[in-house]
Structures are given as structure tokens and as C-alpha cells.
Design a protein around this ligand. Sequence first.
Ligand SMILES: C[S@@+](CC[C@H](N)C(=O)[O-])C[C@H]1O[C@@H](n2cnc3c(N)ncnc32)[C@H](O)[C@@H]1O
Length: 359
Amino acid sequence: MDIQVTRTEQAKYDFVSGLMGYNSTGIGPAMVDFYETNKRKLGPNPDLAATKALMNQSTAYKFGAFFEFNDHAMMFETVLGILEKQKDEVIEWLDTHNEPGALGSLSLNDDVKPPRYYKNVEIHTQPGNYHGSPFAGLMYHWMIGPFLCNRDNNDEMGWDLANGIPKGDYRTIVDLGCGIGKSTIPYCDLYPDAEVYGVDYAAPMIKYGHKFAEQRGKKIHFVQAQAEDTPFEDNSVDLVTAIWLYHEVNRKGMDEIAQEALRILKPGGKFAIMESPPFKVLNEQYHPLSEFLLDSTGRRMEDPFIPLFFSLDRKEIFETAGFSAVREEGLPNHLTGWSTDVNYFFGSYPWWMTIGEKA
Ligand SMILES: C[S@@+](CC[C@H](N)C(=O)[O-])C[C@H]1O[C@@H](n2cnc3c(N)ncnc32)[C@H](O)[C@@H]1O
């Protein structure tokens, strides 16, 4: 469906998108400049608390924190304003699925509830979280482009992982926490003979994902389920993936999702996740401000599990679940190179893949 956007609404959306981009390309480098100029005040190997105390003196950081919170709020308010006006048509469109001739499918299940750890959370300040608004998929899509400075408009993140996973004869592929399917789509092109499934607990995300995939001619089967408890048979899947799921689930969920991946994989099957590198890697190999920026963003933007997840040993999560040959690898990151060589937030570091095999 063509969402109707007036010129005034488009101008507002473009303005807010520009602000979001400026957060990365303008304010980010200003924070880095402050850090570089003042880091001599910190001792060698400063910890997070010391970096935080320093950065709290930075006007660029204080403004950036305020700016980040408010540009997200303005973005969601702008998109909701556009959609609310044509609410009935948009909802009817989203509610029409599995039409004759559809390549893929959408399988909804009213029994699937939001994960318990999302009680009272609006993740990264999205109104209603992923499940509480019929427009969640559209809100996410319209936000994520500008948030990533339009460097994921061709699903670059999804391709980064898909290309990083060793090539294989994958017949059944399951992408957990698939959202609107941007991380799922590359497998349709890379493994055209495979059955590709996208799993997400949130109906509004996959309803839009189904529309989006069909529009793009991609055969994806979207399934509403918690990643901790999917409807796939034991030993039935060749490859399980997840991008940007793990940092959004609680500690127990992280273990349960790895156990679920192990259960559904065939012997020899692979489980691969992609996130930013853990704090230890960021501190030792990349810019020390990255840890502070990720940690503070998580706390400020209602991404409550970021500080915990980035402190954990991901290999241990995989091994405890029973995966073997677990390894981690930096992958090319097409979101980098926004401005300076030490970029805000997604930094000049690679993506971090954790991959294991079912023995
Ligand atoms: C940050 S989005 C990432 C979406 C997609 N992987 C991408 O890279 O574009 C996280 C997605 O995970 C889903 N999610 C979060 N917790 C989940 C869970 N326990 N089970 C299934 N899906 C979950 C959310 O609904 C959301 O769509």
C-alpha cells in the first residue's frame, strides 16, 4: 500500500531523520574530540566509572544524550502522526496476509505472549515496544534507516552476517528475532533452494515483514514465536541465526535461546549471532569510548540488557548450551566510516559473530 505522506509530514520526517544522522556524524565526533583532548586526566586503562565521570563534564555528551532521547521521540511521534491519520487502511493492509500467489507465509499465534522481561519496557523508547502498537513494524523501519545513516537500506547488516557464516548446504534456515525480516532476506538470495523462516514474538513486526518481503519478491515464512520456544521439530534445521536479538533479552533468555537453537538444529548444524563486540574487545582493541557510549545509550534509551550483554562471555553462553567448535570472529561492518575514523556508537570496529556447531 502507498502510505499517504503530505509535503509537510515529509519535511518533518526528513528534518528528524537529519537530526538522527547528525547524532552520529556531528555530535559523536565532538564527544570523541572531547575525550581525546581530556583523556590525559584519566589514568592508564581507565574504567567505565572514570570515563563516565570525565564525559559527564562534556557539553557535547550532555547535549548528545538529550538529543538522542529526543530525536527518537520526535521520530516516533512523526511516524505515528502520519499513520494514525490513515489508521484503518493501514491496519487492514497489515491484516491481509497469505494472499493467493504469496511466495512466503505468515503464521500468527495468539498464544505467544511478549517475553516476561519486556514488562514495562519500551525498548529503545519505541512506543508500545515491538508488540503494543499495530504500527511497530513501520515505526521500526522508518526509524532504522536514518538511525543507521541509511547504511542499512540494502540490508547490509544482514549481508554482513550471511556472508560471514561459512558457506554450506543449508536447506532450512531460521532467523530468530527477525523483526521486519531485514536480517532474513539475504538468505533467500544466498541459498535460493532453502526454506527460510523468520521468527519473532511480535505480530506487528512480522505482519509488516511479510508485506515487505512479498513486495521485494522474497520467499520467507514468518512465524510468531518466542525465540526461547519455537515450533520447529528437534534436529530439523541446518542454520539458526540472530542479529541484534541477544542484547535485547535477559540473562535467562540468552541461555534459553541458545538451548532452543541447539534443540532444533540437526547434528552438524550451525548457530550464529551478530552484535557489536563485547566491552572487553572494545576496550582492548578499539576505542575506549565505545564501551561508555554503548553502556550509556542502553541505560538512557530503555535497552536495559545492553550493559549486561556486552559484559558477558558469549562463547561461554554457547558452550554452556552444548555447542562445540565455538568461535568468535570480526566481520566487515558496512555501517562504519560515517565521518572520522573513530565513529560514534557503531565505531570503527567490526561486527562480532559468535558461531557454534551442534556436534
Ligand atoms: C533489534 S530488532 C532486530 C531485528 C532484525 N534481526 C534486524 O536485524 O533487522 C530485535 C527483534 O527481536 C525481537 N525479539 C526480541 N525478543 C525476542 C524473543 N524473546 N523472541 C523472539 N523475538 C524477539 C523483537 O520483536 C525485534 O523484532
